[in-house]
Write a protein that binds this ligand. Structure first.
Ligand code: PLP
Length: 457
């Protein structure tokens, strides 16, 4: 249907290039134009209401109308709307936020660097590691190992870390020096009868073989989300990260935890690293850091990494890295307020309670559904994976676009959903969601699922 001339939809089709969109299809279908938000809900320009089951992009942790965050931004705008952090300049929001993050880190961290997005933060962390290894006389130690289905962003190096085909195809990526090991997904990748522990052991052995094949003196770091998000909400098998970390320690390979989704209570602990027993050398976070009201991301580094950077910057004369908006005072002020709100409202206690309810409801409603192969998740992150054959764990033919059909039906039924690889449907609602709202959200999901079943079966 062609949208009316000069409508928002028509002007969007005429002028906007959207991230993650099939542009030929968009010329036909047009956008869903969202115009306001309240709590866990957003409203389109016709006033239709939707529950945001993914908090936008796993990020609007405090929902869509938090007045304190608006006030924090406004106050900071009036006081100091911009200042930078180059050449040792600083300001109070940057200092306060750095201190708060170091105090809250899951393992001993030394310093914080700020960027504007998760991708920039991951790129920055890669450059820190390369710089450090050059500075301390290990110029060979540069290769990075990440995982298939991991998601770390879309800038050149971050997209090279990412292990999803759509981020590489036609982009001439990954660039040299980036490697991927297997996805730790027991449901699909374990051998018949293999226990989670045995599967984890096999994955740790695979990593060790990869490091040995490349040469340990050439491998600098291993990158992982504690729970894979955009790859389909994939939880590792029991014992996975301790086994992986033992291998990394043996060959002096740094562990970088990408907490862009998992950070700030999403998994039921402050950090995904705590839920999954990880002690990272570097931690990357973004999204819920500012409840996504303004863009900001952070890289926390331990003392060893900091010393390497300090060494290099002293020999070169400066650490030649930083963004105009690194530590921008307005997003920093919003992030400080966000972290205070998390503490004051005991969002962790809330996530544990409502998360347990969401996990139980996901299983109760969908585990036996003929189209659902696996229900997974913890805290307020979860997924259902749609399958054509439940016994054979066989996914639908991608040409059937089952996930896309489901999200379309979801929109009609008032829930915004996210379909990922293998028709995994992710759930990551605002952390403030109530049990009643979880039920309302899942009622709409269940209705949409039953409707899609009629279409595809
Ligand atoms: N890392 C993870 C785990 C993510 O989920 C994302 C985005 O979804 C990124 C990095 C990239 O962040 P951004 O889109 O802000 O560049």
């Amino acid at each position: 249907m062609t949208p009316p001339r000069n409508s928002n939809a028509a002007r969007d089709i005429a002028y906007a290039l959207h991230p993650y969109t099939d542009h030929k299809a968009h010329l036909q279908n047009g956008p869903l134009v969202i115009s306001r938000g309240k709590g866990v809900r957003v409203f389109d320009e016709q006033g239709k209401e939707y529950i945001e089951s993914v908090a936008g992009l796993w990020c609007a942790s405090l929902g869509f109308d938090n007045e304190r965050l608006v006030q924090a931004a406004t106050d900071q705008m009036r006081k100091l709307p911009f200042y930078h952090a180059f050449t040792a300049k600083s300001h109070e929001p940057l200092i306060d936020l750095s201190e708060m993050l170091i105090e809250r880190a899951p393992s001993p961290m030394s310093k914080v660097f700020f960027a504007n997005s998760g991708s920039e933060a991951n790129d920055s962390a890669i450059k820190m590691i390369w710089y450090m290894n050059n500075a301390i006389g290990r110029p060979e130690k540069k290769k990075i190992i990440a995982r298939l289905k991991g998601y770390h962003g879309i800038t050149l190096a971050a997209a090279s870390l990412t292990g999803l085909p759509a981020n590489h195809k036609l982009f001439d990526l990954p660039i040299a020096g980036f490697h991927h090991v297997s996805t730790p997904h027991h449901y699909h990748n374990a051998l018949p009868g293999e226990s989670e522990e045995d599967f984890a052991t096999r994955l740790a052995e695979e990593l060790e073989q990869k490091i040995l094949a490349e040469g340990p003196e050439t491998v600098a770091a291993f990158w992982a989300e504690p729970i894979m998000g955009a790859g389909g909400v994939i939880l590792p098998p029991a014992g996975y990260f301790p086994k992986i970390q033992a291998v990394l320690k043996k060959y002096d390979v740094l562990f970088v935890a990408d907490e862009v989704i998992c950070g700030f209570w999403r998994t039921g602990s402050y950090w995904g690293s705590q839920t999954l027993d990880i002690q990272p050398d570097i931690l990357v976070c973004a999204k819920a850091l500012s409840a996504s009201y303004l863009p900001i991301s952070a890289v926390l580094v331990n003392e060893r990494v900091f010393q390497g950077i300090a060494e290099g910057s002293s020999s070169v004369g400066t650490w030649g890295h930083g963004f105009t908006y690194s530590g921008h005072p307005v997003p920093a002020a919003v992030a400080i307020e966000t972290l205070k709100i998390y503490d004051e409202m005991d969002i962790g206690g809330h996530v544990k309670k409502v998360g347990a309810h969401m996990q139980a409801q996901l299983r109760a409603r969908f585990a036996d559904h003929p189209m659902v192969g696996e229900v997974r998740g913890t805290g307020l992150i979860g997924a259902i994976e749609l399958v054509a054959d439940k016994d054979a764990k066989r996914n639908f033919d991608p040409a059937q676009k089952v996930g896309a059909r489901l999200t379309k039906l979801g929109e009609q039924n008032g829930v915004i959903m996210r379909a990922m690889t293998n028709d995994s449907i992710g759930f990551s609602p605002p952390l403030i969601i109530s049990e009643e709202e979880v039920d309302e959200m899942l009622n709409r999901v269940a209705k949409s699922l039953d409707e899609v079943m009629v279409q595809v079966r």
